[in-house]
Design a protein around this ligand. Structure first.
Ligand code: AMP
Ligand code: MG
Length: 315
């Protein structure tokens, strides 16, 4: 199942789909311009067609192949944060298939930081649509083993590039009248964007009434085990704890405890998030309890993912 980057590029050029490492999470990649390849990605992920994919590029100049217009502030953010975990949502060029963009008139584009990801894009010769390499609404993979667990036998190969350094999905930014609006928090934080722009921008607190960006869906990024964000006063049997910082006094009553970061390092916590959720999910626990993080910097993105992971599906 594990393949070289040359083999991956060859498969991609013949319309196949492969899992590739990026600094955020592993992506399930296919030619963003090829509707058949993109359809395969949706099918394997069991992802609804309204949820658009992010197109990944290797050079900033390639943005012009996808975006019909590049607002001044988008250019500024790309120059400041690319390569890196920032996705820009821009008006799409006609040649970008509707399937890739979930029928939206806009396209989401990112230039990943991870060298191996950019090498694969370069070798393939086209932008790669690459949503996280997991089943829709489930936990994102931050290692090649996580991909293997969920998608083994369903895709054409996996490039093993070790663990993902950042560990949470990219920050998604759209533009309203040229002003950046954060649709999904990530490792490029609101504070970093504001510093880059020199003025305040809308974050998630804008509380948009419409789902402008399907990553805002309530349930997403979830383990199979029920997850709760309210710590119990009495710990029920066979429960797990995903902690952050100082452990609560009743920690020993949990069947299994993992700490995102004992010394409250947000970067370390983000890198550990999905790996630890995967591990707790494999322990056959009745429930996982997770502690929320301080809502600053990367803590905003981690709390966002924990909130979505804790959401109960509407059936
Ligand atoms: P991922 O599942 O991590 O690949 O991220 C894809 C997410 O990016 C989607 O669920 C959306 O939230 C966001 N996205 C992608 N394309 C668009 C778009 N054209 N407009 C708004 N948000 C988008
Ligand atoms: Mg995903």
């Amino acid at each position: 199942m594990y393949i070289s980057i040359e083999k991956a590029a060859k498969i991609l050029r013949t319309g196949g789909i492969v899992a590739i490492p990026t600094e955020t999470v592993y992506g399930l990649a296919g030619n963003a311009f090829d509707e058949t390849a993109v359809a395969k990605i949706f099918a394997v992920k069991e992802r609804p067609f309204f949820d658009p994919l992010i197109a990944h590029i290797a050079e900033i100049e390639e943005l012009e192949n996808l975006a019909a217009e590049i607002p001044r502030n988008a250019k500024l953010l790309a120059e400041k944060f690319w390569p890196g975990p920032l996705t820009l949502v821009l008006p799409k060029k006609e040649k970008v298939p509707d399937l890739t963009t979930g029928g939206l008139p806009t396209v989401a584009v990112r230039m990943p930081q991870k060298q191996i990801a950019r090498e694969i894009i370069k070798l393939a010769g086209f932008p790669l649509a690459a949503p996280s390499a997991n089943k829709f609404q489930h936990l994102s993979p931050t290692s090649a083993e996580h991909v293997l667990e969920q998608l083994s036998g369903k895709i054409d190969g996996i490039v093993n590039g070790g663990v993902c350094e950042v560990g949470v999905e990219s920050t998604v930014v759209g533009f309203e009248n040229d002003i950046p609006v954060i649709y999904r928090p990530g490792a490029v934080t609101k504070e970093m964007i504001e510093e880059g722009m020199g003025y305040g921008v809308w974050g998630m607190e804008k509380n948009l009434k419409v789902v402008l960006s399907p990553g805002m869906l309530e349930k997403h990024y979830s383990p199979n085990t029920l997850l709760s964000l309210e710590l119990p006063s009495e710990v029920p049997p066979n429960c797990g704890l995903l902690a952050f910082g100082k452990l609560p006094e009743n920690t020993t009553l949990f069947a299994k405890t993992l700490n995102l970061s004992a010394n409250e390092n947000l970067t370390e916590a983000a890198a550990n998030l999905y790996g630890m959720l995967h591990e707790l999910d494999s322990c056959e626990l009745n429930k996982i309890y997770a502690m929320l993080l301080p809502p600053i910097g990367l803590g905003v993105a981690i709390n966002d993912r924990l909130g979505k992971a804790a959401s109960v599906p509407i059936v």
